[in-house]
Design a protein around this ligand. Sequence first.
Ligand code: DAH
Length: 348
Amino acid sequence: MKEKTMEIKEQLVKDIETVNTPQDVVEIKAKYIGKTGLITGLMKNMKDYSPEERKEIGQIINAIKNEATEIIQTRENEINTRILNEKLEKESIDITLPATEIKAGAPNILEKVVEDFEEVFMSMGYDVYDGPELEEDRFNFELLNIPKGHPARDAQDTFYIKDDEYLLRSQTSPVQARVMLELGGNEPVRMICPGKTYRRDDDDATHSHQFTQIEGLLVDHDISLSDLKGTCDLIAKKLFGADTETRFKPSYYQFTEPSVELDISCFACKGKGCNICKNTGWITVAGAGMVHPNVLSMCGYDPKKWNGFAFGFGAERCAMLKYGINDLRTIYNTDLRETANFDRKERE
Ligand code: DAH
């Protein structure tokens, strides 16, 4: 019996070398220690032996069974470990790979400029107003000191809708008149109004028949041009960076006296001169001035008691300058290949 078990062991040691897969393990278990396996088979003729011999043989068979089980178990463990390692290697996460870009929406840059204005002016106690885009001639011109037949109307190629009385507003300034009349002439005014405006322009890289202005009006007591300058300074720094400087150039508008144009120092060349500022070092971004006494009185404010300033910024112009865009039409474009890069172009 001893010899037989020795033979079986030798055979097993040889066989085990060829065991490489879980299926092989199942097979080798069946061959040696399964119900019909070689080792189990040794028990078959036990009844032919005496009780003492049976005891001895039983011990020998048990010993070889334990040994065989251990050998197979060791091999099985090796195989399982190998399979696990292979799996880990194959399925491991390569953290050096660049992440997939998540495409998310972003506010339109024109909207962002408008939001910047609203944030600055609301923090100073201004209210944000809306006004109608289909406007009456009275608000768009007459109450702003531009009577019917006045040549100043020619400067704004207006879309008239009906009988010279209704028009698409050519500026956001009519909202000044609306707010003053609404407040009734006895309380201070602090308002801005961002909104769409319309002119009969051919569309090109710098013109659009529809564009956006940001109107502002402050009416109170003892307001001076330097209050206007300080206010413009604040918004210019917010939009174009803390080192931005501002200057006023004399200008002319019917509804302000004196009238100015607001220039900001060129953020691209810091005033040295470049193609953005046409080598002047300065860029015009708004019209402004002290509210004309005629406008105040027509809108219910006594010019002997009240005065104030007003301004109108070109929102697209500010957005183009801030985000480095040369063609106005890009702003209205929804092509993500162009608009997705706006943020990166931001100049601060
Ligand atoms: N409405 C003017 C325009 O469209 C801009 C403007 C200039 C607005 C001076 C103002 C102002 O409020 O005071 O050209």
